[in-house]
Design a protein around this ligand. Structure first.
Ligand SMILES: [Mg+2]
Length: 386
C-alpha cells in the first residue's frame, strides 16, 4: 500500500462501502474518461478541498496537490469530477482567487469552485446594500464587499484615515498606509455624521491594535467614533478559526483569536457584551451551501468555459468528501453536516497525529491530499462500475 490510512469505523459508518478497505483496491483503476464519457453519466460524488494545510502552505503546493487535482480532469483538461475549494480564508474576490489557484496548481478553476469564509456575506447585501459599512482584513476586503454588491463600503484603512489621531500608535508603525492617508482627496463619506451600520471582518486582520481600537470605537458609539455611547451595530466575522497552518512550521493565530481579543477588550470597556455573528466552517450551513454548489456545478468545463451537453445525465450527488487538515473545523463540520458528507483528514497541516483525532475522529485519515484523492477515485470507480 502506498500510504498509511486509518478508517474510522463506528455506528452507522461501519456500514460504509469504504469500511472493507484493502490494499488491492488501490491497484485497480479505470481511466476517468471511461468513468464519465462512455455513458454520459455524471459521477454521483463530489469533493470539497480545504486549502491551507491541505493544498497549499502559504503559496507553496503541498501533498502533491497539483497532481491530485489533475486526476479530476481528463487528458484534455476537461473537468470530470465535481469539486470545489471550501476555505475559511479569503481577502480577495472569488474570481481573483480562482485565477491564483489555477496558476499555482496548474488546472482550470472556476470562480464558482471557490467558496471562501466571506462568501456568505453576499446574502447580507439586501440588509446593507446602501448603508455605510466598514470591511477589514488582509488583501482587498472593500473590493470583496463591493463585488458582492455593497455600495457604500470603506476599508478599515480608509475609514481610519478620516480621523485624526484615532490610532495613537500609527506614528510608530513601520509601514504607514501612505497610499490611503494624506493623498489630498476628500473623504468619500462624512464619517463624522454618517453612522457605520455594520462592520465585516472579511479576512485575517493585519493591524490588530488599530483594528481593535477602531472597532471598539465604532461598536460602542453606534457607528460614530468619538461620539456618545450608542447601540452596537452588527458585527460579522467570515470565520472563527483559532489557528491555521500557514508557511511557518507551527500554527498561526487566526480570525478566531482576533475575535477573542476584541471580545475580551470590548466586554471590559462596554456595559453590554459584544454581539457578533461568525460564518465559515464548521457551521453546517457552510456545508449545505457547498453541497448546493457542487450539485449545480456543470460537469464539463474546458478553459473556464462551461460546456452544456444535453446528453449528460446529472444525478444529485449522493456522497460528498470533505478533505481537511483541521479536525475542529473541517472534520467537525463535515460530521455535523451529516449525510452525504464523508470526512478525510490529512497530516499536512494542523493535524499531525499518527492515529485519528481523539475528539473529532475523521472517517478516514491519510498522509496527503493525493492519497485522499486516490482513495476516493478507487472507491467510487469500483463502487459505481464493478
Ligand atoms: Mg486548513
Amino acid at each position: 500500500m502506498r500510504f498509511r490510512s486509518i478508517l474510522r469505523v463506528s455506528g452507522s459508518r461501519a456500514k460504509s462501502p469504504f469500511s472493507s478497505h484493502s490494499s488491492s483496491r488501490f491497484e485497480t483503476k479505470r481511466p476517468l474518461s471511461q468513468l464519465c464519457t462512455t455513458n454520459y453519466e455524471r459521477p454521483s460524488f463530489g469533493i470539497a478541498f480545504d486549502i491551507d494545510g491541505v493544498i497549499l502552505r502559504g503559496r507553496k503546493p503541498i501533498g502533491n496537490s497539483p497532481l491530485a487535482l489533475r486526476k479530476l480532469y481528463d487528458e484534455s483538461g476537461t473537468l470530470k469530477i465535481p469539486f470545489l475549494f471550501l476555505t475559511n480564508g479569503g481577502g480577495v474576490p472569488e474570481s481573483k482567487r480562482a485565477l491564483e489557484l489555477s496558476e499555482l496548481l496548474g488546472v482550470d478553476i472556476l470562480p464558482s469552485q471557490v467558496v471562501q469564509g466571506h462568501s456568505p456575506f453576499k446574502k447580507l447585501v439586501k440588509s446593507f446594500e446602501n448603508e455605510l459599512i466598514v470591511a477589514l482584513g488582509k488583501g482587498e476586503p472593500a473590493k470583496v464587499m463591493s463585488e458582492y454588491g455593497f455600495k457604500k463600503v470603506l476599508s478599515m484603512d480608509e475609514y481610519a484615515s478620516y480621523f485624526d489621531n484615532i490610532d495613537p500608535l500609527a506614528p510608530y508603525k513601520v509601514a504607514p498606509k501612505d497610499n490611503i492617508t494624506s493623498n489630498g482627496s476628500s473623504p468619500r463619506y462624512d464619517v463624522s455624521s454618517e453612522r457605520v451600520q455594520a462592520a465585516f471582518v472579511v479576512s485575517d486582520p493585519v493591524d490588530w491594535s488599530r483594528d481593535i481600537q477602531v472597532l471598539c470605537d465604532i461598536l460602542r458609539t453606534g457607528g460614530l467614533p468619538g461620539k456618545e455611547i450608542g447601540h452596537q451595530p452588527p458585527l460579522y466575522f467570515a470565520a472563527d478559526d483559532l489557528e491555521y497552518q500557514a508557511a511557518f512550521p507551527s500554527e498561526r493565530l487566526g480570525m478566531g483569536a482576533f475575535r477573542i481579543a476584541l471580545e475580551s477588550i470590548f466586554n471590559r470597556i462596554h456595559p453590554n457584551a459584544l454581539e457578533y455573528t461568525s460564518f465559515g466552517k464548521p457551521h453546517p450551513f457552510v456545508f449545505k451551501n457547498a453541497e448546493n454548489i457542487l450539485n449545480q456545478l456543470q460537469p464539463f468545463s474546458r478553459n473556464n468555459h462551461v460546456v452544456h451537453d444535453e446528453n449528460v445525465v446529472a444525478h444529485p450527488l449522493t456522497r460528498l468528501y470533505m478533505i481537511g487538515d483541521n479536525p475542529v473545523v473541517d472534520i467537525k463540520g463535515a460530521q455535523q453536516a451529516g449525510h452525504p458528507w464523508f470526512s478525510v483528514l490529512t497530516r499536512t497541516g494542523v493535524f499531525r497525529g499518527k492515529e485519528n483525532h481523539e475528539k473529532y475522529p475523521a472517517d478516514l485519515v491519510v498522509d496527503t491530499v493525493e492519497d485522499a484523492v486516490d482513495y476516493i477515485l478507487d472507491k467510487e470507480i469500483i463502487s459505481v462500475h464493478m
